[in-house]
Design a protein around this ligand. Structure first.
Ligand SMILES: Cc1cc2nc3c(=O)[nH]c(=O)nc-3n(C[C@H](O)[C@H](O)[C@H](O)COP(=O)(O)O)c2cc1C
Length: 177
């Protein structure tokens, strides 16, 4: 079993995916990981609409919602999925201010599980939420959040993505002066 440090280190967002399909069992394991993510009041506001290359019509619909520059590489990925957030709490219909936050957490769990399975993922803000809502029949009380391409690595080309120093985002006590 890979350590959490290995998973964090191994993960990156590739622009090339292999043709190799992903098994239904692996796909299920991804959602099983998302299922166990924490959420405000345990609302679990995340939803996923997904399609594989084996579902050409459904896959094409998801692809159609992705902008052109992302589509060029995303269409190689054997799995496309859209994360969706439920905007209000089910128990009282009050706005859930943390719906996107919790959806992102669930995606984080899913991505780390993907990494354990040697799968790679590339998330996209570059898609058309209104088109997705229409084409994929997403109800008004849900927000399309992010598109995600998932598959095995096509070619290794880890780009240099500089990270902030911890001191730039972690503040002890109060906001820095
Ligand atoms: C919510 C979200 C939206 C993103 N949107 C895009 C996108 O539209 N196109 C793209 O090429 N990469 C996109 N990315 C990938 C980021 O650019 C990438 O995660 C970041 O540069 C860090 O690189 P790494 O994931 O390889 O570590 C997105 C990532 C996230 C989390």
């Amino acid at each position: 079993m890979k350590s959490i440090d290995t998973l964090i280190e191994q993960r990156y967002s590739p622009n090339h995916f292999a043709e190799k399909p992903v098994s239904q069992d692996h796909l299920h394991q991804l959602f099983e990981a998302a299922r166990h993510a924490p959420s405000s009041y345990n609302e679990q506001p995340w939803r996923f609409i997904y399609a594989t290359h084996d579902q050409p019509e459904a896959y094409r619909q998801l692809l159609y919602c992705i902008n052109e520059s992302n589509r060029t590489w995303a269409q190689q990925a054997p799995i496309l999925m859209l994360s969706v957030a439920k905007k209000h709490f089910s128990k009282n219909e009050k706005p859930n201010r943390h719906a996107w936050h919790d959806t992102g957490t669930a995606v984080g769990f899913l991505l780390l599980k993907a990494t354990e399975l040697d799968l790679y993922s590339h998330q996209m803000a570059g898609f058309f939420p209104d088109k997705a809502r229409e084409v994929l029949d997403i109800p008004d009380e849900y927000d399309p959040v992010a598109m995600i391409a998932i598959g095995y690595l096509g070619k290794e080309e880890r780009p240099n993505k500089p990270r902030k120093a911890v001191s730039e985002f972690a503040f002890s006590g109060t906001w820095p002066k």
